[in-house]
Structure formats: structure tokens, C-alpha cells
Design a binder for this molecule. Structure first.
Ligand code: AMO
Length: 562
């Protein structure tokens, strides 16, 4: 074809209709173009009519099915007009509820369709599990059974039903002696079908060794092992486990007991700033932040402020707040941010007045924890049984030894403590742990106090022992052989404080200490105090292998999320 520059227009014999049309039989003439068009139109019309009929039939069938669904309104997305029925906490369900109707709001721990007529839900609320069963028996329909058994795991549902005694105790439920026979089931919030981690897998303790890297590994029973990293990456799901629920309750309990004791003693709850113009305790382990056109620092403890409050005539103060440490320590007990429980009090004659107060405070917290959180402790022990029960000192009084007595106990056990005897170094973590063992065997307690640390290993604000200035009026508290508190009598005389700063290589005339030193130049009563790490108390009370398990959203040199 000559290139006319125009689009190619097909010749009549090239058109699809023409080429597709079968040759008329017996050589009869081919149907006309009009007849072909008419036939095509009629075919399309017939197709449309068939489609419409099919649609109508489907609608009729659906309507019929709906009309037949005797459970209509008893299941599905929660209706907006749903009566606000009183809701029972799963934890409170007991045999007293047999044959009574209850409504619960819970997560679906597991959903299973047994048959067209029977499905099971394991419901979980704050880690406590109860089984619910839905059986097709009017008005409960097969549709309702199918829908209920197909709810995505971890969705939140509202279920109403009668509490009954199961035929056999349900071993996989926390409440094994009861079962809810569902009469209504509504979906409140649907969970995604695919979760990054199954809560039931996270119920199993993480492998103790860090050798197991991320990814699916199976334990001896063929269940996936969830590593600590996977748990922490998916912390919201991990927090839903029975164990995490118990741990976080006990954490809440420690803070409650600490504040209860402090307030009862007449102490004032203070809230000091966490942004400061200078590193509070000196040293390099401080986080620097941009503060408009200047630099600021995140406080490494409320140390200087709690003392300034004492100088501000507050007499007895305490604080619960974040503490920041820019330490590149990747250990089982170090965080870069932890919750500090700090206190500071004046005394009249001797710093032991404050030391005794602090010992009684800890004995109170630990004793009450054992009493008030028995159930939660038992839950944690199922996953972390190794450490065993925490042993309290006998007679309600803390065991107090001198630091050098501790060193002597280690020496007796064959440990090389020459550096400690020369005051060159504090006890190492390994030594602390070993001393913890020795003391447990000898005194049958997991909580004890070391008093009179060498001045060389304590910070500048620590008061030296007037009788032997090589030592200091300072103390550490230990649980299962690991430090949970540091404290001391503080220097309250401005001149003595300046000398102590110089002795530690700090410049008392530098701007960063101006406000702190001014507090003592203006007069300040004798005082002592201490700082406790909440996460460590929780970790060692429960014998958890890692502090991250005792921290909601841990921060360490590697982790800044979630
Ligand atoms: P210290 O530095 O010993 O003392 O801290 C007090 C307590 O805080 C906890 N702790 C930590 N917890 C988790 N991760 C860390 N990196 C970490 N560092 C410390 C420990 C420790 O016993 N100003 C003084 C206290 C005082 O004298 O009042 C201080 O901060 O449980």
C-alpha cells in the first residue's frame, strides 16, 4: 500500500465480522450486514437479562438466608445501639458465676471451628485466659458459629454468655474450671490476619543464650522460640503475654510501695528538671542535646537537685523519674535510660539514721511485694524459675556489712581482691555476684547492704568517714548479688565540698557548679540519701536474666525503638 500518510482504513473483506462469518451452506448468500448487527444486539440483550436474573436470584437467596439466620443481631460488628451491659473482668470470674450470664471484653487468644455446629474461642484479658464455646442451637445459627470461629486471633471482642462448668478442666485456660457458653459475640476491633509474632509463642521464655539469632528456631517441642530481640521489636504484642502482664503489675507495685512509704514518712514528692546546662554528676556519660543556640544535657540523676531541695528547707524529699546515662554498656543490667527512685533526708546525729530508714524502706517494699503480688510472682516463676524465691532477711531487718568485710569474705573464698584492698577499684560485677552467693549461703538472704566504701571509688559529694578518711559514709544495697542502690551522707559544708571537688579533679570555680555550691554557701543541714534503679529492683526481685524484660520500652546503645 502506498504510504498516503493517512491511517489504514480496512477493506470490507478485512472486517472481523466478514472474515469470521461462516460461508453459507449450499452456496446460499451470506447474511446481510444488518442481520448480523441485529443478532449481535440480541445476544448482548440476552446476556444482560441473564445477568440481571442471576443478580436478583442471589439477592433473593441472601435475603432468604438472612431471614433464616436465627442469630441475626446476635453477632457481627458491635452494633452502635448495643445496650451498655455491665462488663465482668475475666480475672473476677469464679465458680460463683456458674449458670449466670456475663459479658466480657477480651482479646481472642485463639479461635477454632470444630464443626459446622461448634466453635471455640480462647479469650484473654490482661493475660488471664478463659474458654468460650459457641454451639448452633436456636437461636444460635451455623452462620454465627462459622463467623465466631473465624475471628482473627488477637481481635478484641465483646462476648455475652452463660458461665458453665466444663466437662473436663480446660488445661490451656487460666480459669480451667469454667467456660462461657456464648449467646452474643461482637467484634470491637479486628486484628490483622498476619501478626509479626504470636502472643502464645512469646508466652515461652526467650532462650537464655544470645547465640540464638533472630528468625524462627524451634524448641524441643517444635514450637517457635521467640528471641529477646523479636519480643522487644514487637513489644506491644509481647506486653500482652501473661508474663509481661505480671511483670508490669509488679513494677507498678514497686513504685506504689516506694511512694507509699515515703509519703507516710512525711517526705515530699518532688519533680526536678531533666534538662540541665551542665552535666549533673560530671563525667563523660552524659547525653548532650541541642537547646536553641546552646547545648543542654540530660540529667544523669536528680542528685544535685534533691540536695538543693534540702538546702531549700524541704527536709525530706523523693522523686521518681527518668535517669539518662550515655554509657556504651551492653550488659544484662545496663540501660541508657532507666527509672530512678531517689530520696534525700536530713538527719540529726549520724547518717545511719538515714541508712536505717532506707533499709527499712527496702524491707517494706520487698515484703509487701511478696504479699500483695503473690499471684503475679507465681506467673513469672513459670517462665523464669531458675532464680527461685527471693529470700528476705530474717526478723524484718536488713543485713548490713562493712565493704571491707565483704572484701574479706571474697578473699576467704579464694578471690583475688588485691585491687580492692588497695582501694584502686570497686567490686567488679563478677565479685558482687559471688559475694551475693556467699552471703546467701552464710546469712540466708538475697538482700543486704554494704556500708563504708573507700572514698576513692565514690563521687565528689560523698562525705568522708571522719574516723578514717580513706573510707566514706556511703553505702550500696544489693539484691541477689547485684547493686540496686547507691547512697551516702553528702558533704554539706561548702568549703569541704570545694576541697573534695578539687581532690576529684573538678573545678569548684567553674560555672557549671555555681548554683550547686551556692546552695551550701547559703547554709544547708546535714543530709544523706540514695538512688535506686526501678528496673534493677524488678529484675533482681524476680530473677529475670535481662533488665530489658523489666523495662517497658528499653533504651540501650543499640535500641531506640519502639
Ligand atoms: P548510681 O549511679 O549508682 O548512683 O545509680 C543509682 C542506681 O541506679 C541504677 N542504675 C542503673 N540502672 C540501669 N542502667 C544503668 N545504666 C544504671 N546505672 C545505675 C542502679 C544504681 O544502684 N546519685 C547517685 C545516687 C545517690 O547517691 O543518691 C547515683 O546516681 O540501681
Amino acid at each position: 500500500m502506498a504510504d498516503s500518510g493517512l491511517p489504514h482504513r480496512p477493506k470490507p473483506e478485512e472486517t472481523p465480522e466478514a472474515s469470521a462469518a461462516p460461508a453459507a451452506e449450499g452456496g446460499a448468500a451470506a447474511p446481510s450486514k444488518n442481520a448480523l448487527k441485529k443478532a449481535a444486539k440480541e445476544k448482548a440483550k440476552a446476556e444482560k437479562a441473564a445477568q440481571r436474573a442471576a443478580q436478583e436470584k442471589a439477592q433473593q437467596q441472601a435475603a432468604a438466608a438472612n431471614a433464616e439466620d436465627t442469630a441475626k443481631g446476635l453477632y457481627g460488628p458491635i452494633p452502635e445501639s448495643e445496650d451498655l451491659q455491665p462488663v465482668t473482668n475475666i480475672q473476677q470470674l469464679s465458680e460463683e458465676h456458674y449458670e449466670k450470664e456475663v459479658t466480657v471484653i477480651a482479646r481472642v487468644d485463639n479461635a477454632r471451628v470444630q464443626s459446622a455446629k461448634l466453635a471455640f474461642l480462647m479469650l484473654r484479658q490482661q493475660g488471664v485466659k478463659v474458654q468460650a464455646v459457641v454451639a448452633a442451637k436456636e437461636p444460635i445459627s451455623r452462620q454465627m458459629v462459622k463467623w465466631t470461629g473465624g475471628i482473627n486471633v488477637n481481635s478484641i471482642v465483646q462476648v455475652t454468655g452463660t458461665v458453665k462448668k466444663p466437662g473436663v478442666p480446660i488445661a490451656s485456660a487460666t480459669l480451667s474450671n469454667l467456660e462461657i457458653h456464648i449467646s452474643k459475640a461482637y467484634l470491637i476491633s479486628e486484628a490483622a490476619q498476619m501478626l509479626p509474632m504470636q502472643v502464645k509463642d512469646a508466652e515461652r521464655p526467650p532462650p537464655l543464650s544470645d547465640v540464638v539469632e533472630d528468625g524462627v528456631q524451634l524448641d524441643a517441642e517444635g514450637a517457635p522460640i521467640v528471641t529477646l530481640k523479636t519480643r522487644l521489636d514487637n513489644r506491644v504484642l509481647d506486653l500482652q503475654t501473661e508474663t509481661s502482664q505480671a511483670i508490669t503489675w509488679i513494677s507498678s507495685g514497686i513504685v506504689q510501695l516506694f511512694s507509699e512509704y515515703m509519703l507516710k514518712s512525711g517526705a515530699r514528692w518532688i519533680f526536678t528538671s531533666k534538662l540541665a546546662g551542665a552535666a549533673s554528676e560530671g563525667g563523660s556519660n552524659v547525653f548532650e542535646v541541642k537547646y536553641f543556640k546552646r547545648k543542654a544535657y540530660l540529667t544523669q540523676s536528680p542528685q544535685l537537685y534533691k540536695q538543693m531541695c534540702i538546702a531549700g528547707d524541704m527536709e525530706s524529699v523523693f522523686e521518681i523519674g527518668p535517669v539518662f546515662r550515655a554509657e556504651d554498656s551492653n550488659t544484662h543490667r545496663h540501660l541508657t535510660e532507666f527509672t530512678g527512685l531517689d530520696f534525700e533526708r536530713t538527719f540529726r546525729h549520724h547518717y545511719h539514721e538515714v541508712l536505717e530508714f532506707a533499709e527499712d524502706l527496702l524491707v517494706f517494699i520487698l515484703t509487701e511485694l511478696k504479699e500483695r503480688y503473690k499471684d503475679q510472682i507465681a506467673v513469672v516463676q513459670k517462665s523464669y524459675p531458675k532464680a527461685g524465691d527471693f529470700k528476705l532477711p530474717k526478723g524484718g531487718k536488713a543485713l548490713r556489712l562493712k565493704y571491707m568485710d565483704g572484701v574479706a569474705l571474697l578473699k576467704e573464698a579464694g578471690v583475688d581482691v588485691s585491687e580492692q584492698e588497695r582501694f584502686e577499684n570497686d567490686l567488679t560485677t563478677a565479685m558482687e555476684k559471688q559475694l551475693g552467693q556467699i552471703i546467701r549461703e552464710k546469712y540466708d538472704t538475697d538482700f543486704y547492704v554494704l556500708d563504708k566504701f573507700p572514698m576513692a571509688v565514690r563521687p565528689f559529694y560523698t562525705k568522708a568517714d571522719p574516723e578514717d578518711p580513706k573510707f566514706s559514709n556511703s553505702y550500696d544495697f544489693f539484691m541477689r548479688g547485684e547493686e540496686i542502690m547507691s547512697g551516702a551522707q553528702r558533704i554539706h559544708d561548702a568549703k569541704e565540698l570545694e576541697d573534695s571537688m578539687r581532690a576529684k579533679g573538678l573545678d569548684p570555680n567553674s560555672e557549671e557548679f555555681e548554683d550547686y555550691l551556692a546552695a551550701f554557701r547559703q547554709g544547708c543541714p546535714p543530709h544523706a540519701g540514695g538512688g535506686l534503679g526501678l528496673n534493677r529492683i524488678l529484675q533482681f526481685f524476680l530473677g529475670l536474666p535481662n533488665i530489658r524484660l523489666a523495662t517497658l520500652f528499653p533504651r540501650d546503645p543499640q535500641r531506640l525503638r519502639p
